[in-house]
Design a protein around this ligand. Structure first.
Ligand code: NAD
Length: 454
């Protein structure tokens, strides 16, 4: 089976590499010369565990190639997967489908023989139908099918998720499209991965519904954490007590700085937009979006309260700028809200992230980038943990505190146990748990933070 993947981003590159690992001949197309040059040189443009060896071995075996020549890559392909970006349209909530439709037009001109064109990008309901229209118009003689195959991989464990997914969803509108997609995913079906065949419309809705549901859990647990803070309950106990109920489960019940990344913020907005467009406003989702935006606005306020009520002239050390651990992706990360806000309020910012600092350097000005957490903390009035990197779990807190102007930590990920925080001698603020204030701290400077005030 000859496969072409359009887009060598997080989804396209991982999919292309894994399909070639199944033994298929795969061409991955991207129009970004920087990415292609890196891939040609054997480098991986994104940080994704386990991806490098799969790309290297399949390139060497001649099964995986990279190119910017879409037409050549599409001619003769049995299946063409579109994995280009679908960001939020400028100034709106709707998904910007211009990259998908532009790819569709190019594919239409180049395809020959029976071709199945599959949207792997996250696209709103109705996109497969519209794509079919665009391709038919460009190639009335074309022998093709359009299918929808949403991707559920998580950055940070994308290879593992691709090779061992909970399920594969394929949306089709004909038997021959179904046959082609069943063949494409036969290596996974053989490993008993459930393959759910639906209409294109259902597949498109499933993807948005899954992401929005997970985002809703995060928004829920964050507001629950605020309640816990107010009433003196520990959110970690409460979340565990809830999550051990099998009907609820423990995943996506960790409080934090609000959801970010390249998917949840844009996908919740796009689903809310679709629902509004249909005249059925999805009010739960609208509230999730505004609760999350409020949470992000409050991050700088929490840090300001922890350092005594003003940020002017203070230095804040941020640990982690990626939107979550195990990725270098900073799209819609909490850091994007908090860094400019801290700077606006007069603070200077030092930061360390194990892998996302190259992306950070391109996005932020006037940030002191540091080699590790300890150097970031030197002279700081507070250290704030934004990303749940494992390397921050075992921090030597006494060493960290020694270098600081004020030993204050704001742990937005609840990475530290209260016991460790207590023995560190630091003033320790976390989410949904009472602050730890050592007996000798200047209590007048500890201003309690109250959610909903920003
Ligand atoms: P990305 O921005 O990392 O990659 C997209 C790539 O497509 C870029 O390299 C871009 O240069 C390339 N591209 C755009 N138009 C092109 C064209 N006409 N020809 C060739 N290349 C082209 O995006 P991503 O994070 O991989 O996401 C892609 C899609 O998958 C989005 O719809 C996203 O919502 C969805 N998705 C992402 C994830 C994730 O974890 N990132 C998970 C599931 C689904």
């Amino acid at each position: 089976m000859k496969i072409t993947v359009i887009g060598a981003g997080y989804v396209g590159l991982v999919s292309a590499a894994c399909f070639s690992d199944f033994g298929y001949e795969v061409t991955c197309v991207d129009r970004d010369p920087r990415k292609l040059a890196m891939l040609e040189a054997g480098k991986i443009p994104i940080y994704e565990q386990g991806l490098q060896p799969i790309v290297a071995s399949n390139r060497q075996a001649g099964r995986l190639t990279f190119t910017d020549r879409l037409a050549e890559a599409v001619a003769g392909a049995d299946v063409v997967l579109i994995a280009v970006g679908t960001p939020t349209r400028e100034g709106e909530d709707a998904a910007d489908l211009s990259f998908v439709y532009a790819a569709g037009e190019e594919i239409a001109k180049a395809m020959n023989g029976f071709t199945v064109i599959v949207t792997k990008s996250t696209v709103p309901v109705g996109t497969a139908a519209k794509l079919r229209e665009i391709i038919s118009k460009a190639r009335p003689d074309g022998d093709f099918e359009v299918a929808s195959n949403p991707e559920f991989m998580r950055e940070g464990s994308a290879v593992e998720d691709f090779l061992r997914p909970d399920r594969v969803v394929v949306g089709v509108s004909s038997e021959r499209a179904e046959r082609a997609l069943r063949q494409l995913y036969r290596p996974l079906s053989a490993k008993n991965v459930p393959l759910l065949v639906t209409s294109c419309e259902a597949a498109e809705v499933i993807k948005y519904a899954a992401n929005t549901f997970l985002a809703t859990r995060i928004a829920f647990v964050n507001q629950l954490a605020d309640l816990c803070e107010a009433v003196g309950a520990d959110i970690e106990d409460v979340a565990r007590g809830m999550g051990l109920d099998k009907r609820i489960g423990l995943q996506f019940l960790s409080p934090g700085p609000g959801f970010g990344g390249s998917c949840f913020p844009k996908d919740t907005r796009a689903l809310a937009h679709t629902a509004r467009q249909q005249g059925n406003p999805f009010t739960i989702v609208e509230n999730v979006i505004s609760a999350n935006e409020q949470r992000k606005r409050e991050l700088a306020e929490r840090i300001q309260a922890a350092v005594g009520g003003t940020l002017a002239g203070k230095k804040i050390a941020l640990l982690g700028i990626a939107f979550k651990a195990e990725t270098d992706d900073i799209r819609d990360a909490a850091a994007l809200t908090v860094i400019p806000e801290l700077q606006k309020r007069g603070a200077s910012v030092a930061a360390f992230d194990p892998v996302a600092m190259d992306n950070g350097r391109q996005s932020f000005e006037d940030v002191q980038w540091c080699a590790d957490a300890y150097s970031a903390a030197i002279g700081a009035d507070a250290v704030a943990i934004l990303t749940e990197w494992n390397v921050f779990r075992g921090l030597d807190l006494k060493r960290l505190a020694r270098g600081m102007r004020q030993p204050v930590m704001v742990d937005f990920r609840n990475l530290l146990s209260l016991g460790d925080a207590r023995s560190s001698g630091m003033v320790y603020h976390s989410i949904g748990r009472s602050p730890i204030v050592p007996a000798d701290a200047h209590k007048a400077e500890i201003i309690p933070f109250k959610s909903g005030t920003v």
